[in-house]
Design a protein around this ligand. Structure first.
Ligand SMILES: Nc1ncnc2c1ncn2[C@@H]1O[C@H](COP(=O)(O)OP(=O)(O)OP(=O)(O)O)[C@@H](O)[C@H]1O
Ligand SMILES: [Mg+2]
Length: 136
């Protein structure tokens, strides 16, 4: 099964909708609540990252027999230094974004903790693609 959600840049009125929607879908499918919690955290962080740090993008969810696969793909500007971006506490969030409660630099490390498989690829000026899997 495949589900797709569009995420707009800096649209905080709808930010978080994809993850709450996916949570409902996974519940309806009878997925274990611990798995749903990990998936929701990862998807929420990926969704907010697209809203805050990118020009917009999408989240694609695949529910397979043995795993949940999540792809978060955006239209750039990309991540120059992925190792640095993965460090706990590293953030390029602006003052305004921090005042809204984001920018602790914990999103990507948290996504990794919630995942059984994790990869990010990015091309400067073009895209960032995050792909994770959680075993069911
Ligand atoms: N989709 C993205 N496009 C471009 N840069 C990104 C993207 N996602 C993350 N980054 C970069 O990686 C950094 C670390 O991301 P991370 O999610 O860990 O922290 P944060 O979003 O800054 O803060 P928090 O997630 O704790 O609110 C970001 O500050 C940003 O520079
Ligand atoms: Mg983040």
């Amino acid at each position: 099964m495949k589900f797709e959600y569009t995420i707009s840049n800096l649209d905080f009125s709808t930010a978080g909708e994809a993850s709450s929607n996916i949570k409902k879908v996974l519940k309806l499918l009878g997925i274990d609540s611990k798995i749903i919690r990990r998936a929701s955290i990862a998807i929420y962080e990926a969704e907010i990252n697209i809203a805050i740090h990118s020009y917009g993008g999408k989240i694609i969810l695949y529910v397979q027999e043995n795993s949940i696969k999540i792809i978060a793909l955006d239209k750039g500007p990309g991540i120059n230094n992925i190792d640095l971006a993965m460090k706990e506490g590293f953030s390029t969030a602006t003052h305004e974004i921090r005042e809204m409660g984001f920018g602790a630099g914990m999103g990507l490390p948290n996504i990794k903790k919630c995942s059984d498989e994790f990869s990010i690829t990015s091309e400067s000026g073009k895209y960032t693609r995050l792909e994770i899997a959680i075993n069911i």
